[in-house]
Design a protein around this ligand. Structure first.
Ligand code: PLP
Length: 414
């Protein structure tokens, strides 16, 4: 397959390098076409995608039903702004609200924007409902978090690459150890705490899973101390971990649910904050918004993307293939204990932890070899490789992929 608009991989890399900001360090592979679980270079080299655009492409690349919804809507109406009503927004809000079981939806665009919106919602609720004194609201976040790149969000980050030379930061955060309930119970008693804000599994930190029962216990603490529980499911949500939401593994229902990425199946940026009336309605007309938030194109795509998740049983598929993947990676670890120290994950959000330092190059070197063998993954930190393919993968494809990974790891020289 050679595309009509042909630009070689070497040319594409050189152009990005010369004209683009250097804010990413990609694996040197250029992608020109995607279909299901596969990606293709301009020269026609075929790869299995094991990153899924950081879990945005859960439904597989260019899913025909999502693309059809995009095309139909793109030919009809794309954007009106929220100065007027549009004929897609209300029905989409109803669809999303019922899909996840909340009263109301606030549609935004990126995952970072949805998180920023949630932070604003939490503060406003804190002042107007919990009666926290003006400008005293505190949000409890946890170490290792990743919620995006805006200034508000990085003010709660513990990752120096997110924060160095970007100060001064937003006050009003207290950072606790992820998974530490004792610390949570102590901090949450401060009457100025308006919310707890966490990921149910920390994807960017390296697929860090908190101790069993942690989320449920935090939910109970939030109820006890009248604090909003805000869960960022931008990466873990929408079937990725083998359930619709990662929170579902512990039967937790956050007061504020934050979604993004796969809400559009990787087609365009669509994110959302969900909450019940008593929380969402603290925001009044003119107090928050976005020109593109809730645009008709995003609405059509989001409904199609969620419909695919349900119709194709993608949560169940993720759970089943995840078991296969972890079983095979655990056997691989037994063969190469010198190379692999941990295998962990839920559904199809998995990590293989390498016997190297965070600054080491083993993750990068292995991902380069995986790419040469037709499988694309990227290290998150030098010593952790995240494996997160589209959820439309078949069992035969998964076995094929495990063979590629096994071959590369078994032959890898430390
Ligand atoms: N929240 C989580 C948990 C994420 O993993 C990410 C992105 O990786 C974001 C928020 C930010 O999303 P976006 O890149 O769309 O702003």
């Amino acid at each position: 397959m050679v595309l009509e608009h042909f630009i070689s991989s070497a040319e594409a890399i050189a152009l990005e390098d010369q004209y683009g900001a250097h804010n990413y360090h990609p694996i040197p592979v250029v992608l020109a076409k995607g279909e299901g679980v596969f990606l293709y270079s301009p020269e026609g080299v075929k790869y299995y995608d094991f990153l899924s655009a950081y879990s945005a492409v859960n439904q597989g690349h260019c899913h025909p039903k999502i693309i059809q919804a995009l095309i139909d809507q793109a030919q009809t109406l794309t954007l009106t702004s929220r100065a007027f009503y549009n004929n897609r927004l209300g029905e989409t809000e109803k669809f999303i609200a019922e899909f996840f079981g909340y009263d109301k939806v606030l549609m935004m665009n990126s995952g970072a924007e949805a998180n920023e919106s949630a932070l604003k919602l939490a503060r406003k609720w804190g002042y107007e409902k919990k009666k926290i004194p003006a400008n005293q609201a505190v949000i409890l976040a946890v170490g290792g978090n990743f919620h995006g790149r805006t200034l508000g969000i990085i003010s709660a980050s513990t990752d120096p690459s997110s924060t160095t030379n970007f100060g001064p930061f937003l006050p009003g955060f207290e950072i606790l150890e992820y998974g530490n309930l004792e610390a949570m119970e102590k901090a949450i008693q401060n009457p100025n705490v308006c919310s707890v804000w966490i990921e149910p599994i920390q994807g960017e930190a390296g697929v860090m899973i908190p101790p069993a029962g942690y989320l449920k216990a935090v939910e109970l603490l939030c109820k006890k101390y009248n604090v909003l529980f805000m869960i960022d499911e931008v990466q873990t949500g929408i079937a990725r971990t083998g359930k619709l939401l990662a929170s579902d593994h512990e039967g937790v229902r956050p007061d504020v649910l934050i979604l993004g990425k796969a809400l559009s199946g990787g087609v365009l940026p669509v994110s959302a904050v969900l909450a019940d009336d008593e929380v969402m309605l603290v925001i009044k007309p003119g107090q928050h918004g976005s020109t593109y938030g809730g645009n008709p194109l995003a609405c059509a795509v989001a409904v199609a993307a969620l419909t695919v998740i349900k119709d194709e049983n993608l949560a169940e598929n993720a759970a089943r293939l995840g078991e296969i993947f972890r079983a095979r990676m655990t056997s691989l670890q037994e063969k190469r204990p010198d190379l692999i120290t941990h295998v962990r994950g839920k559904g199809l959000l998995n990590a293989v932890v390498l016997n190297d330092s965070e600054e080491g190059s083993m993750g990068w070197d292995l991902c380069m070899l995986l790419a040469e063998n037709g499988l694309l993954a990227k290290p998150t930190h030098g010593n952790i490789i995240r494996f997160a393919p589209p959820l439309v993968m078949t069992e035969a494809q998964m076995n094929d992929c495990c063979e590629i990974i096994e071959k590369v790891f078994v032959n890898f020289q430390i």
